[in-house]
Write a protein of this length. Structure first.
Length: 305
């Protein structure tokens, strides 16, 4: 598995992150097999959140991987906090409480990375800074980041937070690519030119923040997957042709499309299917040509001015 630096940190991470949001859908033996397969593929970066399965996903993962000190030192753990029922909460009290719960469920003493999940309209960045300082000084969290935040929100946090924000988890796929399209369609009077995120793609590249695309196979907001979907015949035909050329699956090409972007992204895959997990990991070895990348981009309905 190819690796990259996470943001401007010294942490080497695999280019494919294993999302554990659905691990509670697996039986114990299935979860063990899934985690073991990920490790065999070199995909030792596992993404969690305290809301996944109401916390049960972290517990199931810890059991499935048979967490121990020797296991822990060979994996990279990331989790997220800040979403509560009916609200978002970036208060110092909630962040600290959440991390303690996460560590307990994961059966570990520290997280490699903690992300703030979904922007809190009532955020007081001074409180976030205090929480981060306490978590860093206690050794409970080694690196920090955000999820679903735009440049101004990140800059507001960074005014007070002294730790570098190394990652930003954002929805991005071939069919949900506005953060790419608005840069392609600069100065055009079409819908693709609408800047919906404050140029977050360029901002993260400028500031060495790793973008972690979530739902890399989804279209819309969890409306379904585009692979094999009759709603996207031209896209699937193009992906299938390129997959045949490289002798890999369409799943591999969909992830390879994200990895081809020079921003050095780290897609978070959410599959719990072992075969698809392996196919995702194979994307690490595929380097699409510029022509192939753009042909997939256009086939998804994205326009070039």
């Amino acid at each position: 598995m190819r690796t990259i630096k996470l943001g401007n940190s010294n942490l080497e991470v695999p280019v494919v992150a294993v999302g554990c949001m659905r691990i509670n859908s697996l039986e114990k033996k299935e979860a063990e097999q899934f985690v073991q397969t990920a490790l065999e593929q070199g995909a030792n970066f596992f993404d969690h959140a305290d809301i996944y399965g109401g916390g049960t996903c972290e517990e199931i993962f810890a059991d499935a991987i048979h967490m121990s000190p020797s296991v822990r030192e060979n994996i990279i753990l990331q989790s997220k906090c800040g979403i509560r029922k009916g609200m978002f909460d970036f208060s110092k009290e909630h962040i600290l409480h959440s991390v303690d719960g996460i560590l307990s469920r994961l059966k570990t003493d520290y997280l490699d990375t903690l992300l703030l999940h979904r922007p809190d309209a009532l955020v007081e960045p001074e409180e976030v800074a205090e929480a981060f300082d306490m978590l860093e000084q206690s050794g409970k969290v080694r690196h920090f980041g955000v999820s679903n935040q735009n440049p101004m929100q990140i800059q507001l946090l960074q005014k007070y937070v002294k730790q570098p924000l190394v990652a930003n988890q954002l929805q991005l796929s071939i069919t949900n690519a506005n953060m790419i399209s608005n840069g392609v369609n600069v100065n055009m009077e079409n819908n693709s030119a609408i800047n919906r995120d404050g140029s977050i793609l360029d901002f993260c590249r400028l500031h060495d923040i790793t973008i972690q695309p979530w739902s890399p196979f989804q279209y819309g907001f969890f409306e379904g997957v585009f692979l094999g979907n009759e709603k996207f015949p031209e896209l699937n035909q193009q992906i299938d042709e390129i997959a045949e050329k490289y002798q890999v699956s369409n799943t591999t090409i969909a992830i390879a499309w994200l990895l081809r972007h020079p921003a050095n992204m780290q897609p978070v895959i959410g599959t719990m299917n072992v075969d698809r997990l392996i196919d995702c990991c194979k994307a690490s070895d595929i380097q699409l040509t510029r022509e192939e990348w753009y042909s997939i981009y256009r086939a998804a309905g994205n326009i070039l001015p």
